[in-house]
Design a protein around this ligand. Structure first.
Ligand SMILES: [Zn+2]
Length: 121
């Protein structure tokens, strides 16, 4: 993104981050412009466009056009969305590829690892 586009992108985000306490819903990390954040859909409305509908002329995803479209929708009904670090959104989307049963076993293993590390096992 060019400098002016990047500034517009951050300006769009700044319009809505306060609706989410300016924090990542997963880790509670404070919103800032140095880390990548996303607005995550908790539900999709089939009449609305999605990120992959926005492409530049060379076929790449057009993040700025997408957020120009999305931010007014977020303002109308913020409860449909969550503010997340990009890295945490990516993790959640990765876990969501599991079948529910396997995901729950994966969480069990992760919980055992965390408890062992924290001396709670
Ligand atoms: Zn986070």
């Amino acid at each position: 993104m060019k400098k002016a586009e990047l500034e517009e992108f951050h300006q769009l985000f700044r319009q809505v981050v306060k609706l989410f306490r300016s924090r990542c819903w997963i880790c509670n990390g404070k919103y800032n412009q140095k880390e990548a954040f996303v607005i995550h859909h908790r539900d999709y409305n089939k009449t609305e466009k999605i990120y992959s509908d926005f492409k530049t002329t060379d076929g790449k995803l057009d993040k700025l056009s997408y957020y120009r479209y999305l931010i007014p929708i977020v303002k109308q009904n913020p409860k449909r969305f969550r503010l997340l670090h990009h890295k945490h959104h990516w993790l959640a989307e990765s876990w969501a590829r599991f079948k529910l049963e396997n995901f729950e076993r994966c969480v069990k293993v992760a919980r055992e690892i965390i408890k062992r590390r924290e001396g709670k096992l």
